[in-house]
Design a protein around this ligand. Structure first.
Ligand SMILES: Cc1ncc(COP(=O)(O)O)c(C=O)c1O
Length: 365
């Protein structure tokens, strides 16, 4: 009999990329730019940095295990009840809690594919069965998702916009999809990139679905536009019974004091949010232009990243790495032919342009 659970036998340990400093040293590079993890390229908001400094002085104390102040601030911000807010170590932490709270061995989750791997991995860890529905035109195929639901389905994920392709379904399509879901299924509408959205035909899941009475969990995060990826803080707006269930499986004190304080302090700066949204849109356009200049055909994206099929994603990743740029090869996301490039600062985007130019010229030489 194995010491380890059967459900994890086939899983592969998460392979973190090498630290930037290590890549730089190994390859003898002057500079390395990381455009691999869809982090925001800008630091935390000034008010968040101050809050972190203040919180640091009290680090001899455990954090508030109920995350009261931050949940209250989020409840007020979104016009929902405190009991409808779950905060965890990143949106990823919320996905973990939802999986733990809902999935028995053999239970199914449904998601599009390629998409965010945690939906699949968190189900597998629990002996759940991921049902991966192929994208249509790089976009979630909502009819096919509905058709994949069985009596064993517990969770249906809508990654919106989808990581890694950057696409989203329109408002009426999403709302009609939610209306058609059977009652035994909980939809997780993952809006990790919500603050970057600058098109009108995109539903605000909290306002238009949750507050309209649909049974849905809407995910958001402080890791992207707010620049707090390293602190790990994300949240879900969810029916109160779902929040209660996640409270039963969470570890005590799982969100650090600094994360709670920094996240709450980040909520009051709409101007900075708008500035970053505009910079992201310009940077994303520039990445598309750079890729097109090389005859590539990136998929139009709503997020802070661009997906492009290059016919051998890992190969291009390796070549760019030698030029000091880290992009994301997508084998783990189910797209081995593609890479995903995160939007950097304007200057980082130009560094990528020069590196890509060198790589693709040497390829044709
Ligand atoms: C679609 C999606 N959901 C959730 C996450 C997790 O974000 P975090 O755990 O940093 O909040 C990411 C991160 O890349 C993502 O792309």
């Amino acid at each position: 009999m194995s010491l380890f659970r059967a459900a994890i036998a086939e899983l592969v340990p998460y392979e973190p990329g090498k630290p930037v400093e290590e890549v730089q040293r190994e390859l003898g590079l002057d500079r390395v730019v990381k455009l691999a993890s869809n982090e925001g390229p800008f630091p935390p908001f000034p008010a968040a940095l101050e809050a972190i400094e203040r919180a640091a002085r009290d680090l001899n104390r455990y954090p508030d295990g109920g995350v009261y102040a931050l949940r209250a601030a989020l409840a007020e911000r979104h016009g929902v009840r405190l009991e409808e807010v779950v905060v965890a170590g990143g949106a990823d932490g919320v996905i973990d809690l939802l999986s733990q709270a809902t999935l028995d061995p053999g239970d199914e989750i449904v998601c599009g594919w390629p998409s965010f791997p945690s939906y699949v991995l968190d189900a597998l860890k629990l002996g759940g069965v991921p049902v991966k529905v192929p994208l249509r035109d790089h976009t979630y195929d909502l009819d096919a998702l509905l058709a994949a639901i069985t009596p064993r389905t517990k969770l249906v994920y809508l990654c919106h916009p989808n990581n890694p392709t950057g696409t989203a379904n329109g408002r009426s399509e999403v709302l009609a999809f939610l209306d058609q879901l059977p009652e035994h299924v909980l939809c997780v509408l993952d809006q990790a990139y919500f603050e970057y959205i600058d098109v009108p035909d995109y539903p605000d899941g909290i306002e238009e679905a949750f507050k309209a009475g649909k049974r849905v969990v809407v995910l958001r995060t402080f890791s992207k536009i707010y620049g707090l990826a390293g602190l790990r803080c994300g949240y879900g707006i969810a029916p109160a019974d779902v929040v209660t269930a996640t409270s039963k499986v969470r570890r005590a004190f799982d969100v650090t004091s600094e994360a709670q304080a920094a996240a709450a302090a980040s909520l009051g700066d709409p101007d900075e949010l708008a500035r970053r949204r505009a910079l992201n849109a310009a940077g994303r356009e520039r990445l598309v232009e750079i890729l097109r200049e090389h005859g590539l055909d990136p998929v139009p994206s709503l997020g802070n990243f661009v997906y492009v099929e290059v016919g051998g994603g890992r190969d291009l990743f390796q070549r760019l790495l030698r030029e000091g740029v880290i992009v994301r090869p997508l084998d783990g996301f189910g797209a081995p032919d593609a890479v995903r490039v995160s939007v950097g600062t304007p200057e980082e985007n130009e560094f990528f342009a020069a590196a890509l130019g060198r790589v693709l010229v040497s390829e044709t030489a």
